[in-house]
Ligand binder design. Sequence first.
Ligand code: NAD
Ligand code: DAU
Length: 340
Amino acid sequence: MRLLVAGGAGFIGSNFVHHMIKFHPEDTVVNYDLLTYAGNLENLKDIEDHPTYHFVHGDIRNRELLEYVFDQFDIDTVVNFAAESHVDRSITEPDLFVKSNVLGTQNLLDVAKSKQVTKYLQISTDEVYGSLGADGFFTETTPLAPNSPYSASKASADLMVRAYYETYGMNINITRCSNNYGPYHFPEKLIPLVITNALEDKELPVYGDGQNIRDWLYVEDHCAAIDLVLHKGKPGEVYNVGGHNEKRNIDIVELIVDTLGKSCDLIKHVSDRPGHDRRYAIDPTKIETELGWKPQYTFETAIKKTIQWYLDYEDWWRKIKSGEYMDYYKKQYGSKSYVK
Ligand code: NAD
Ligand code: DAU
């Protein structure tokens, strides 16, 4: 396989590049990434000289460069992770999300079609389904009902991918995964933000009442699911990915505080995220029964492993949490009021 990984310098993309180099050393992996604030080549330092790995600095909206790269590496397979991925940022800068996530996906799809790739896999999210009440699960046939500019842009991209299957007969798949956690997770997202703030004895901001529920999956389990869909996914199919692991935000925050031996006084309930989805929960029956996927990590093991990673890789997150990151942090949290 000669694989283009778009967005391979971000959190999940870099874990996936590591996964491919480890489990498919015969494949060529071309990481094509714009290196936005979320892209970080430090994530790939250990494999940068690996003979089957290549990095290209580029935007998925740049048709000319993409065409050159597809030809240069004779690309036959595409996995698209490239996106603006943070819900809070989509609330303040929705246009960026339309540009990269919708227009970028359409451009990448179009180049992939013209180069006649054998498979295009779009990495999507459970957020396209909207929010659940106390009961029920998202299945692949749950209607799309995105609530944030981020999820609306991801749902739009999914529909475009579907259209390329229906109209042009491209061999596409879409995976919709729940919340990931693990190494290289950018510290603006809940779990790495709380771990690193706690290590710095800083306040731990919990939006609203902290009762919102997310369904957490260790990133390596997500990568294994993507690998499986890439190799065995049936043309045109959507696969939900999740590990039956629903947790309230406040319970995650308290667990991290406890594990690090910090005080619960650090926890501050702050004003809520506008349009905050209440509950996500994935029904992964389809990928489990049709492709034989099963998560390998329990939450109890993997959250400890993740916390230990942030202890071991302090240089990695301290470098990020300076300069530009602090400007974002002040803008995002400086104006939030305490609610409890
Ligand atoms: P991330 O923000 O950590 O990484 C995104 C990467 O995409 C960065 O390296 C960035 O530089 C790159 N990128 C952004 N715009 C680009 C463009 N126009 N051209 C080329 N590269 C560009 O995101 P992540 O958390 O790793 O998520 C990866 C994908 O998985 C996203 O599509 C996201 O919607 C999806 N997803 C994420 C989660 C999660 O919990 N993080 C869960 C389900 C699905
Ligand atoms: O469900 C999959 C999605 O998970 C992905 O598509 C997104 O790319 C990814 O960012 C993630 O979205 P969330 O909005 O669920 O993740 P986040 O880490 O931003 O927030 C998790 C929960 O924690 C959410 O209910 C909001 C809350 N939260 C978040 C932050 C950053 C807080 O209470 N305080 C915070 O400071």
